[in-house]
Design a protein around this ligand. Structure first.
Ligand SMILES: C=CC1=C(C)c2cc3[nH]c(cc4nc(cc5[nH]c(cc1n2)c(C)c5CCC(=O)O)C(CCC(=O)O)=C4C)c(C)c3C=C
Ligand code: FES
Ligand code: FE2
Length: 392
Protein backbone atom coordinates (compact mmCIF):
# COMPACT_ATOMS: atom_id res chain seq x y z
CA UNK A 1 0.00 0.00 0.00
CA UNK A 2 1.34 3.42 -0.92
CA UNK A 3 -0.02 6.45 0.88
CA UNK A 4 0.64 10.03 -0.06
CA UNK A 5 2.47 12.25 2.38
CA UNK A 6 -0.56 14.57 2.40
CA UNK A 7 -2.91 11.77 3.41
CA UNK A 8 -0.63 10.82 6.31
CA UNK A 9 -0.06 14.33 7.54
CA UNK A 10 -3.76 14.77 8.30
CA UNK A 11 -4.08 11.78 10.58
CA UNK A 12 -2.22 10.96 13.79
CA UNK A 13 0.49 8.30 13.97
CA UNK A 14 -1.02 5.75 16.34
CA UNK A 15 1.13 4.15 19.01
CA UNK A 16 -0.83 1.10 20.09
CA UNK A 17 0.27 -0.05 23.54
CA UNK A 18 -0.41 -3.77 23.75
CA UNK A 19 -0.69 -5.60 27.04
CA UNK A 20 -2.82 -8.20 28.80
CA UNK A 21 -4.75 -5.77 30.98
CA UNK A 22 -6.24 -6.53 34.37
CA UNK A 23 -9.65 -6.18 36.00
CA UNK A 24 -10.20 -2.50 36.89
CA UNK A 25 -12.91 -3.43 39.44
CA UNK A 26 -13.87 -6.57 41.34
CA UNK A 27 -16.88 -7.00 39.04
CA UNK A 28 -14.50 -7.43 36.08
CA UNK A 29 -12.51 -10.29 37.62
CA UNK A 30 -14.67 -13.08 36.18
CA UNK A 31 -14.69 -11.75 32.60
CA UNK A 32 -10.92 -11.08 32.80
CA UNK A 33 -10.28 -14.68 33.84
CA UNK A 34 -12.78 -16.06 31.34
CA UNK A 35 -11.12 -14.21 28.44
CA UNK A 36 -7.70 -15.30 29.71
CA UNK A 37 -8.65 -19.00 29.91
CA UNK A 38 -10.24 -18.80 26.43
CA UNK A 39 -6.87 -17.73 24.96
CA UNK A 40 -5.35 -20.71 23.14
CA UNK A 41 -2.05 -18.86 22.74
CA UNK A 42 -1.73 -18.61 26.53
CA UNK A 43 -3.35 -21.80 27.77
CA UNK A 44 -4.34 -24.41 25.18
CA UNK A 45 -7.04 -26.56 26.85
CA UNK A 46 -8.95 -29.53 25.53
CA UNK A 47 -12.60 -28.52 24.95
CA UNK A 48 -11.50 -24.92 25.57
CA UNK A 49 -14.91 -23.29 25.12
CA UNK A 50 -16.40 -25.58 27.77
CA UNK A 51 -13.50 -25.70 30.24
CA UNK A 52 -12.48 -22.00 30.12
CA UNK A 53 -15.64 -20.54 31.74
CA UNK A 54 -15.65 -23.34 34.35
CA UNK A 55 -12.03 -22.76 35.39
CA UNK A 56 -12.66 -19.00 35.41
CA UNK A 57 -15.68 -19.40 37.70
CA UNK A 58 -13.79 -21.72 40.04
CA UNK A 59 -10.83 -19.31 40.29
CA UNK A 60 -12.85 -16.07 40.57
CA UNK A 61 -13.45 -15.97 44.38
CA UNK A 62 -9.74 -16.47 45.20
CA UNK A 63 -8.49 -13.96 42.62
CA UNK A 64 -11.24 -11.47 43.54
CA UNK A 65 -10.04 -11.56 47.14
CA UNK A 66 -6.48 -10.83 45.98
CA UNK A 67 -7.60 -7.82 43.92
CA UNK A 68 -9.68 -6.67 46.91
CA UNK A 69 -6.56 -6.68 49.08
CA UNK A 70 -4.59 -4.56 46.60
CA UNK A 71 -7.26 -1.83 46.51
CA UNK A 72 -10.15 -3.29 44.50
CA UNK A 73 -8.65 -3.77 41.04
CA UNK A 74 -5.64 -3.78 38.75
CA UNK A 75 -3.87 -0.41 38.26
CA UNK A 76 -2.63 -1.40 34.79
CA UNK A 77 -5.06 0.82 32.85
CA UNK A 78 -4.20 3.86 34.95
CA UNK A 79 -0.44 3.33 34.47
CA UNK A 80 -0.70 2.58 30.76
CA UNK A 81 -2.75 5.74 30.15
CA UNK A 82 -0.25 7.84 32.10
CA UNK A 83 2.73 6.27 30.30
CA UNK A 84 1.11 6.71 26.86
CA UNK A 85 0.17 10.35 27.44
CA UNK A 86 3.65 11.21 28.74
CA UNK A 87 5.32 9.28 25.91
CA UNK A 88 3.57 11.09 23.05
CA UNK A 89 4.43 14.51 24.47
CA UNK A 90 8.12 13.62 24.13
CA UNK A 91 7.58 11.81 20.86
CA UNK A 92 6.08 14.85 19.12
CA UNK A 93 9.37 16.66 19.82
CA UNK A 94 11.64 13.71 19.02
CA UNK A 95 9.93 12.80 15.75
CA UNK A 96 8.22 15.94 14.36
CA UNK A 97 7.85 14.43 10.89
CA UNK A 98 5.52 11.70 12.15
CA UNK A 99 3.63 14.00 14.58
CA UNK A 100 1.00 14.25 15.88
CA UNK A 101 1.27 10.96 17.75
CA UNK A 102 -1.70 9.51 19.56
CA UNK A 103 -1.55 6.73 22.18
CA UNK A 104 -4.05 3.87 21.97
CA UNK A 105 -4.38 0.91 24.32
CA UNK A 106 -5.13 -2.62 23.15
CA UNK A 107 -5.64 -5.01 26.05
CA UNK A 108 -5.97 -8.73 25.50
CA UNK A 109 -8.46 -9.64 28.25
CA UNK A 110 -10.27 -6.46 29.39
CA UNK A 111 -11.43 -3.12 27.95
CA UNK A 112 -10.14 -1.45 25.87
CA UNK A 113 -10.02 -4.65 23.79
CA UNK A 114 -8.15 -4.81 20.47
CA UNK A 115 -11.30 -4.75 18.33
CA UNK A 116 -12.70 -1.60 19.98
CA UNK A 117 -9.34 0.12 19.70
CA UNK A 118 -9.16 -0.67 15.97
CA UNK A 119 -12.66 0.75 15.48
CA UNK A 120 -11.60 3.91 17.30
CA UNK A 121 -8.48 4.19 15.13
CA UNK A 122 -10.60 3.79 12.02
CA UNK A 123 -12.89 6.57 13.22
CA UNK A 124 -9.85 8.80 13.88
CA UNK A 125 -8.64 8.23 10.31
CA UNK A 126 -5.37 6.56 11.37
CA UNK A 127 -3.20 5.58 8.41
CA UNK A 128 0.05 4.71 10.17
CA UNK A 129 0.37 2.71 13.38
CA UNK A 130 3.09 1.24 15.56
CA UNK A 131 2.03 -1.86 17.48
CA UNK A 132 4.17 -1.44 20.58
CA UNK A 133 4.30 -4.35 23.01
CA UNK A 134 4.52 -3.26 26.62
CA UNK A 135 6.24 -6.56 27.51
CA UNK A 136 9.98 -5.79 27.07
CA UNK A 137 10.74 -9.51 26.59
CA UNK A 138 9.00 -11.45 23.82
CA UNK A 139 6.92 -14.53 24.60
CA UNK A 140 4.43 -16.14 22.24
CA UNK A 141 2.11 -16.40 25.27
CA UNK A 142 2.05 -12.62 25.77
CA UNK A 143 3.22 -10.39 22.87
CA UNK A 144 2.60 -13.25 20.41
CA UNK A 145 -0.97 -13.62 21.69
CA UNK A 146 -1.59 -9.86 21.39
CA UNK A 147 -0.26 -9.83 17.81
CA UNK A 148 -2.30 -12.88 16.82
CA UNK A 149 -5.37 -11.12 18.18
CA UNK A 150 -4.46 -7.88 16.37
CA UNK A 151 -4.01 -9.79 13.10
CA UNK A 152 -7.35 -11.63 13.55
CA UNK A 153 -9.29 -8.45 14.34
CA UNK A 154 -7.74 -6.48 11.45
CA UNK A 155 -8.99 -9.23 9.13
CA UNK A 156 -12.38 -9.59 10.83
CA UNK A 157 -12.96 -5.85 10.36
CA UNK A 158 -11.66 -5.96 6.76
CA UNK A 159 -9.20 -3.10 7.36
CA UNK A 160 -6.04 -4.86 6.08
CA UNK A 161 -5.36 -2.10 3.55
CA UNK A 162 -6.29 0.90 5.67
CA UNK A 163 -3.26 1.21 7.97
CA UNK A 164 0.53 0.91 7.52
CA UNK A 165 1.66 -1.25 10.47
CA UNK A 166 5.10 -1.59 12.00
CA UNK A 167 5.95 -3.40 15.22
CA UNK A 168 8.11 -2.90 18.27
CA UNK A 169 8.09 -6.54 19.23
CA UNK A 170 10.85 -6.65 21.89
CA UNK A 171 13.17 -4.26 23.74
CA UNK A 172 14.68 -6.31 26.58
CA UNK A 173 17.90 -4.34 26.84
CA UNK A 174 17.03 -0.85 25.69
CA UNK A 175 19.64 1.33 27.49
CA UNK A 176 17.09 3.62 29.14
CA UNK A 177 14.93 0.69 30.26
CA UNK A 178 18.07 -0.79 31.83
CA UNK A 179 18.93 2.55 33.41
CA UNK A 180 15.42 2.94 34.87
CA UNK A 181 15.59 -0.51 36.49
CA UNK A 182 19.08 0.25 37.82
CA UNK A 183 17.92 3.60 39.28
CA UNK A 184 15.08 1.95 41.17
CA UNK A 185 17.37 -0.80 42.48
CA UNK A 186 19.89 1.82 43.63
CA UNK A 187 17.13 3.64 45.56
CA UNK A 188 16.30 0.42 47.41
CA UNK A 189 19.95 -0.38 48.14
CA UNK A 190 20.40 3.10 49.61
CA UNK A 191 17.99 2.14 52.40
CA UNK A 192 20.81 0.00 53.80
CA UNK A 193 24.06 1.08 55.48
CA UNK A 194 26.83 1.80 52.98
CA UNK A 195 28.86 -1.08 54.47
CA UNK A 196 26.26 -3.82 54.01
CA UNK A 197 24.84 -2.66 50.64
CA UNK A 198 27.23 -4.51 48.40
CA UNK A 199 26.60 -7.88 50.01
CA UNK A 200 22.81 -7.82 49.62
CA UNK A 201 21.67 -10.46 47.12
CA UNK A 202 19.27 -9.32 44.40
CA UNK A 203 16.53 -11.64 43.15
CA UNK A 204 15.26 -10.63 39.72
CA UNK A 205 11.76 -12.10 39.54
CA UNK A 206 9.86 -12.71 36.29
CA UNK A 207 6.49 -14.38 35.58
CA UNK A 208 7.25 -18.04 34.88
CA UNK A 209 6.29 -20.05 31.78
CA UNK A 210 5.01 -23.62 31.50
CA UNK A 211 7.86 -25.93 30.37
CA UNK A 212 5.72 -26.93 27.35
CA UNK A 213 6.12 -23.36 26.05
CA UNK A 214 9.81 -23.14 26.96
CA UNK A 215 10.45 -26.45 25.17
CA UNK A 216 8.67 -25.20 22.04
CA UNK A 217 11.51 -22.69 21.69
CA UNK A 218 9.93 -19.59 23.22
CA UNK A 219 12.45 -16.69 23.30
CA UNK A 220 11.25 -15.26 26.66
CA UNK A 221 13.64 -16.94 29.15
CA UNK A 222 16.71 -15.85 27.17
CA UNK A 223 15.38 -12.31 26.74
CA UNK A 224 14.58 -11.94 30.45
CA UNK A 225 18.12 -13.12 31.19
CA UNK A 226 19.45 -10.51 28.76
CA UNK A 227 17.62 -7.75 30.68
CA UNK A 228 19.05 -9.02 33.96
CA UNK A 229 22.56 -9.17 32.51
CA UNK A 230 22.30 -5.62 31.17
CA UNK A 231 20.98 -4.28 34.49
CA UNK A 232 23.68 -5.95 36.61
CA UNK A 233 26.34 -4.66 34.21
CA UNK A 234 24.97 -1.13 34.51
CA UNK A 235 24.42 -1.10 38.30
CA UNK A 236 28.07 -0.55 39.36
CA UNK A 237 28.08 2.76 37.44
CA UNK A 238 25.43 3.99 39.90
CA UNK A 239 26.38 2.14 43.09
CA UNK A 240 30.14 1.71 42.81
CA UNK A 241 29.89 -2.05 43.46
CA UNK A 242 28.26 -5.16 42.08
CA UNK A 243 25.83 -7.31 44.00
CA UNK A 244 25.36 -11.06 43.87
CA UNK A 245 22.14 -11.93 42.05
CA UNK A 246 19.86 -14.65 40.70
CA UNK A 247 17.00 -14.74 38.17
CA UNK A 248 13.96 -16.52 39.64
CA UNK A 249 10.40 -17.16 38.42
CA UNK A 250 7.01 -16.49 40.00
CA UNK A 251 3.23 -16.88 39.57
CA UNK A 252 2.98 -20.39 38.19
CA UNK A 253 -0.60 -21.65 37.88
CA UNK A 254 -1.91 -25.24 37.84
CA UNK A 255 -0.25 -28.63 38.17
CA UNK A 256 1.97 -28.79 35.05
CA UNK A 257 5.76 -28.25 35.11
CA UNK A 258 6.87 -24.58 35.02
CA UNK A 259 10.25 -22.89 34.65
CA UNK A 260 11.99 -22.50 38.04
CA UNK A 261 13.50 -21.80 40.54
CA UNK A 262 10.39 -20.28 42.07
CA UNK A 263 10.97 -16.90 43.71
CA UNK A 264 9.37 -18.06 46.98
CA UNK A 265 11.72 -21.08 47.16
CA UNK A 266 14.72 -18.86 46.46
CA UNK A 267 13.73 -16.63 49.39
CA UNK A 268 13.54 -19.63 51.72
CA UNK A 269 16.87 -20.86 50.34
CA UNK A 270 18.64 -17.55 50.91
CA UNK A 271 17.60 -17.60 54.55
CA UNK A 272 18.92 -21.15 54.92
CA UNK A 273 22.21 -19.93 53.46
CA UNK A 274 22.35 -17.40 56.30
CA UNK A 275 21.19 -14.20 54.57
CA UNK A 276 18.98 -11.84 56.56
CA UNK A 277 18.45 -9.20 53.86
CA UNK A 278 17.63 -9.34 50.13
CA UNK A 279 16.09 -7.31 47.30
CA UNK A 280 13.48 -8.54 44.85
CA UNK A 281 13.03 -6.81 41.47
CA UNK A 282 10.00 -7.40 39.19
CA UNK A 283 11.85 -7.51 35.85
CA UNK A 284 9.30 -8.60 33.21
CA UNK A 285 6.50 -6.08 33.62
CA UNK A 286 6.62 -2.30 33.45
CA UNK A 287 3.93 -1.34 35.95
CA UNK A 288 2.35 -2.62 39.14
CA UNK A 289 -0.10 -5.48 38.99
CA UNK A 290 -1.35 -8.34 41.14
CA UNK A 291 2.03 -10.11 41.01
CA UNK A 292 3.90 -7.17 42.52
CA UNK A 293 1.23 -5.76 44.83
CA UNK A 294 -0.14 -9.08 46.08
CA UNK A 295 2.29 -11.91 45.41
CA UNK A 296 5.49 -10.03 46.18
CA UNK A 297 4.32 -7.36 48.67
CA UNK A 298 1.67 -9.27 50.59
CA UNK A 299 2.92 -12.85 50.28
CA UNK A 300 6.68 -13.03 49.67
CA UNK A 301 7.71 -10.06 51.82
CA UNK A 302 5.58 -11.30 54.74
CA UNK A 303 6.74 -14.91 54.44
CA UNK A 304 10.34 -13.69 54.34
CA UNK A 305 9.86 -11.60 57.50
CA UNK A 306 8.44 -14.66 59.28
CA UNK A 307 11.67 -16.59 58.67
CA UNK A 308 13.91 -13.66 59.60
CA UNK A 309 14.75 -12.29 56.14
CA UNK A 310 14.10 -8.62 55.43
CA UNK A 311 13.01 -8.47 51.80
CA UNK A 312 12.88 -5.10 50.08
CA UNK A 313 10.69 -5.04 46.92
CA UNK A 314 12.09 -2.65 44.32
CA UNK A 315 9.38 -0.35 42.99
CA UNK A 316 7.87 -0.92 39.54
CA UNK A 317 8.70 1.44 36.67
CA UNK A 318 5.21 3.01 36.60
CA UNK A 319 5.83 6.78 36.09
CA UNK A 320 9.65 6.71 36.32
CA UNK A 321 10.77 9.58 34.02
CA UNK A 322 13.73 7.57 32.65
CA UNK A 323 11.28 4.82 31.71
CA UNK A 324 8.95 7.30 29.94
CA UNK A 325 11.99 8.58 28.06
CA UNK A 326 12.86 4.97 27.15
CA UNK A 327 9.52 4.27 25.47
CA UNK A 328 9.54 7.65 23.71
CA UNK A 329 13.13 7.25 22.43
CA UNK A 330 12.48 3.68 21.35
CA UNK A 331 9.38 4.66 19.37
CA UNK A 332 11.15 7.67 17.81
CA UNK A 333 14.08 5.50 16.72
CA UNK A 334 11.72 2.87 15.40
CA UNK A 335 9.78 5.43 13.33
CA UNK A 336 13.04 6.95 12.10
CA UNK A 337 14.27 3.57 10.95
CA UNK A 338 11.03 2.43 9.32
CA UNK A 339 10.04 5.70 7.64
CA UNK A 340 13.36 7.53 7.14
CA UNK A 341 15.94 4.76 6.75
CA UNK A 342 17.86 6.19 9.72
CA UNK A 343 20.68 3.89 10.70
CA UNK A 344 22.59 6.04 13.16
CA UNK A 345 21.24 5.26 16.61
CA UNK A 346 19.47 2.02 15.96
CA UNK A 347 22.27 -0.12 17.39
CA UNK A 348 21.54 1.41 20.77
CA UNK A 349 17.91 0.44 20.88
CA UNK A 350 18.52 -3.03 22.22
CA UNK A 351 16.51 -5.12 19.82
CA UNK A 352 17.99 -8.55 20.41
CA UNK A 353 18.05 -10.47 17.17
CA UNK A 354 18.81 -7.44 15.05
CA UNK A 355 17.10 -4.74 13.17
CA UNK A 356 17.48 -3.58 9.61
CA UNK A 357 16.55 -0.11 8.50
CA UNK A 358 13.26 0.06 6.69
CA UNK A 359 12.15 -3.26 8.20
CA UNK A 360 8.75 -3.07 9.96
CA UNK A 361 9.63 -5.70 12.61
CA UNK A 362 12.82 -7.01 14.23
CA UNK A 363 14.72 -9.73 12.43
CA UNK A 364 14.14 -12.08 15.35
CA UNK A 365 10.38 -11.61 14.93
CA UNK A 366 10.45 -13.40 11.57
CA UNK A 367 11.57 -16.70 13.11
CA UNK A 368 8.74 -18.81 14.50
CA UNK A 369 9.42 -21.05 17.50
CA UNK A 370 10.98 -24.19 16.03
CA UNK A 371 8.22 -26.18 17.78
CA UNK A 372 5.33 -23.92 16.66
CA UNK A 373 2.30 -25.67 15.16
CA UNK A 374 0.00 -22.63 15.22
CA UNK A 375 -1.07 -21.47 11.75
CA UNK A 376 -2.12 -18.07 13.05
CA UNK A 377 1.52 -17.32 14.00
CA UNK A 378 2.53 -17.99 10.39
CA UNK A 379 -0.18 -15.77 8.87
CA UNK A 380 0.34 -13.04 11.45
CA UNK A 381 4.08 -12.85 10.83
CA UNK A 382 3.59 -12.82 7.05
CA UNK A 383 1.08 -9.99 7.37
CA UNK A 384 3.15 -7.76 9.68
CA UNK A 385 6.39 -8.43 7.84
CA UNK A 386 4.94 -6.86 4.69
CA UNK A 387 4.21 -4.00 7.07
CA UNK A 388 4.71 -0.37 6.51
CA UNK A 389 5.36 1.20 3.14
CA UNK A 390 7.78 4.03 3.57
CA UNK A 391 6.16 7.16 2.26
CA UNK A 392 8.06 10.14 3.63
C1 LIG B 1 5.65 -11.19 31.30
C2 LIG B 1 4.56 -11.37 31.92
C3 LIG B 1 3.69 -12.56 31.86
C4 LIG B 1 3.88 -13.81 31.26
C5 LIG B 1 5.05 -14.32 30.45
C6 LIG B 1 2.70 -14.58 31.54
C7 LIG B 1 2.49 -15.89 31.11
C8 LIG B 1 1.44 -16.68 31.55
N1 LIG B 1 0.45 -16.36 32.45
C9 LIG B 1 -0.39 -17.42 32.63
C10 LIG B 1 -1.54 -17.49 33.46
C11 LIG B 1 -2.08 -16.42 34.20
N2 LIG B 1 -1.56 -15.15 34.31
C12 LIG B 1 -2.40 -14.39 35.09
C13 LIG B 1 -2.23 -13.07 35.46
C14 LIG B 1 -1.18 -12.26 35.04
N3 LIG B 1 -0.12 -12.62 34.21
C15 LIG B 1 0.72 -11.55 34.03
C16 LIG B 1 1.89 -11.52 33.26
C17 LIG B 1 2.41 -12.57 32.50
N4 LIG B 1 1.85 -13.79 32.27
C18 LIG B 1 0.17 -10.46 34.77
C19 LIG B 1 0.79 -9.08 34.84
C20 LIG B 1 -1.00 -10.89 35.40
C21 LIG B 1 -1.90 -10.06 36.31
C22 LIG B 1 -2.67 -8.96 35.63
C23 LIG B 1 -2.92 -7.77 36.56
O1 LIG B 1 -3.17 -7.90 37.73
O2 LIG B 1 -2.85 -6.62 36.08
C24 LIG B 1 -3.50 -15.19 35.51
C25 LIG B 1 -4.69 -14.68 36.31
C26 LIG B 1 -4.47 -14.69 37.76
C27 LIG B 1 -4.57 -16.08 38.31
O3 LIG B 1 -5.58 -16.75 38.03
O4 LIG B 1 -3.60 -16.51 38.96
C28 LIG B 1 -3.30 -16.46 34.95
C29 LIG B 1 -4.20 -17.64 35.08
C30 LIG B 1 0.09 -18.47 31.78
C31 LIG B 1 -0.57 -19.83 31.67
C32 LIG B 1 1.22 -18.00 31.13
C33 LIG B 1 2.07 -18.64 30.11
C34 LIG B 1 1.68 -19.51 29.27
S1 FES C 1 4.25 -20.42 19.23
FE1 FES C 1 6.02 -19.22 18.93
S2 FES C 1 5.77 -18.63 16.84
FE2 FES C 1 3.98 -19.83 17.16
FE1 FE2 D 1 0.30 -14.60 33.59
Amino acid sequence: MKLSATALSKSPTAVVMMNMGGPATLNNVHSFLSNLFHDKDLIPLPFQSILAPRIASRRTPKIKQQYKEIGGGSPILKWTQLQGDAMVKLLDELSPSTAPHKPYIAFRYVDPLTKDTLLQMKQDGVKRAVAFTQYPQYSCSTTGSSLNELYKQIHALGIENDINWSIIDRWPNHPLLVQAFAQNITKSLEKYDAEERKNIPILFSAHSLPMSIVNRGDPYPAEVASTVQAVVSHLPTLTGHSNPHRLTWQSQVGPSAWLGQQTSDAIQGLRKLGYTKALVVPIAFTSDHIETLYELDLECVKEAEEIGLHLERVESLNDNPTFIRAIADLTAEHLGSVYHNKQSDIRQTGYVGGWQVGQPTSTQFGLRCPGCTNDVCLKQKDFFNQGATRVI
